[in-house]
Design a protein around this ligand. Sequence first.
Ligand SMILES: Cc1ncc(COP(=O)(O)O)c(C=O)c1O
Length: 431
Amino acid sequence: MSQDEPELPLALGSVREALRQRGTLELDEAAAAVEAALQRLSAIHPWAFHLHLQRGADATARVVAASGAERDCILWTHNVYLGLNREPSVIEKTIRALETYGTGAGASPPVGGFTGIHDVLARRLARMLGKETALLFSTGYAANVSALSGLPARGDLVLLDRECHASMFQGAALSGAKWMAFRHNDLADLEQMLARDARNHPNIFVAVESAYSMSGDLCPLAELMALKRRHGFRLYVDEAHTFGFYGTKGRGYCDEQGVLTEVDFVTSTLSKATAALGGFIAGKASHCTLLELSAHSYLAQACFPPALAATVLAALDEIETNEALAAALHANNRYMRRRLTEAGFDLGTSRSPIIPIRVADVATLYELAARLADDGVFAQPITEPGVSRGQSRLRFVVTARHTRAQIDTTVDALVRHARALGLLLEARHVG
Ligand SMILES: Cc1ncc(COP(=O)(O)O)c(C=O)c1O
């Protein structure tokens, strides 16, 4: 880098673009610049990259840094909302399935990777959501890429909320259809696009998330339905951050909002509330058959291990019979939000158990995260490409397993460090 060139941005997602604008296109140069940015961030927050959890996720975990340093932390980075990865009945049923089915599935669905227990799970998910069929994928990412590349075709139009997950944008981009992003949760913007473009396309798909993964905002589904009735598009809803703990017996936020029957495609990962791996799309049988016969990640990717189907089935048993679990999660979410708001944090429009604390300056964000980690509180700094430029934040995922004491410790540490860094003025009201 020459002396008169400005320093590259710290957010790793922006480095390559900044290099491109400077005309630095060569791979090794780009990789070296990204490596240098990583080192600058790691110097601020040694725990931020290349960490591992010694014994996996729970409300607390031993975090091991790249340097080998270890620390017991309250963990706010994992999406196992109900803590079912630690539930004895779930673990026991998974072990029994391992003994019956062995470990890996060994093949994609059409060549025999699909087992009896996958079939039981697919049928149960379809029944639970009141849809004709559910198709299983190896991950939620693969489900979105497959569905949004396989359902729309050349000539069609796909409109996605700007905050939709990367897998949804990648799917739409692969489909050959025209795709555009509307402003986040802005149905007036969506309606303008529909009014302008609708007549020119045989099929229009609108893709949203029920709860957005980086902001914790909920989708205004009732209003969206009114728009759907007026414009007649196909609605695709990713319930990754609501399936299992919103709606009756965990059926999700579409169910809670009373719109589930009108949603054409419901999708979710199985790695969050249901504590396993995999994804699904539920909808009309003929649409699922079309996908099954055309989606490359269905045809050419191994099924997730059969024992994980048992994990999800066991998790669904817990979700359907133990409604106290979701209640505990929502109570923790309310409690943490109340404490943070009283301390003076602006939580914006977020509502779900994902709590963003916005810190626009990336270096300050990493400094805050590092100080918290030193105090045994581990939360994820999110910068580009996870969020757009200037929208960086510290993200807390609340679970049913967090205790009030852990929430209190976390909020107290956050208040202390945010004040020291000038991010939080004296509290408006405390206690
Ligand atoms: C909204 C959303 N959809 C899909 C996915 C991908 O799910 P998976 O981790 O199962 O690939 C995620 C994961 O972070 C997500 O947040």
